[in-house]
Design a protein. Sequence first.
Length: 140
Amino acid sequence: MADKTGKKGIGIIGYGGFGEFIRQAWDGMDNARVAAICDADSSRNPGDGIAFYTNIDEMLADANVDIVSIATPPSSHKEIAIQTLRAGKHALIEKPLALSMKDAEEIKRVADGRQSLRLSEIRKRRNWHYLAFDFQTQRA
Ligand SMILES: NC(=O)c1ccc[n+]([C@@H]2O[C@H](COP(=O)([O-])OP(=O)(O)OC[C@H]3O[C@@H](n4cnc5c(N)ncnc54)[C@H](O)[C@@H]3O)[C@@H](O)[C@H]2O)c1
């Protein structure tokens, strides 16, 4: 849910090296704020007052989270992306979207069944292989 200033709430799943990096990026945006962080490893809790979860379902139940930024290892992307979409949250997945076309298509199928949700993937444009994997939907 957007806060009083209209900023969308971001929930980061996976707070390793890249999770920390994207938190800074989200915090630098005018229209978003990091509302919660989830990492299976409790030692990754930044301990600065932000809501922290070790359980993904608990973070997905947090009404302050509108968009989930997934920065876990690639082998977990499919499961977490589908879990996120089924919980009614938008999903932004770090590259690679999934480990196989089959898994990527499965994620897309779940997103397609939820017309109000947006699924986006961060991808490398310098590598032409990634250009074939256009799973970003245009629905808002
Ligand atoms: N867009 C880019 O340029 C870019 C750059 C670097 C990494 N990445 C991507 O970011 C992702 C993370 O990379 P990283 O280097 O930060 O990895 P990392 O191993 O440093 O961090 C991953 C974190 O996810 C947590 N985690 C793992 N499974 C989890 C689960 N089921 N629930 C909750 N937390 C879980 C781990 O405890 C760990 O803290 C990868 O997909 C990687 O490819 C993208």
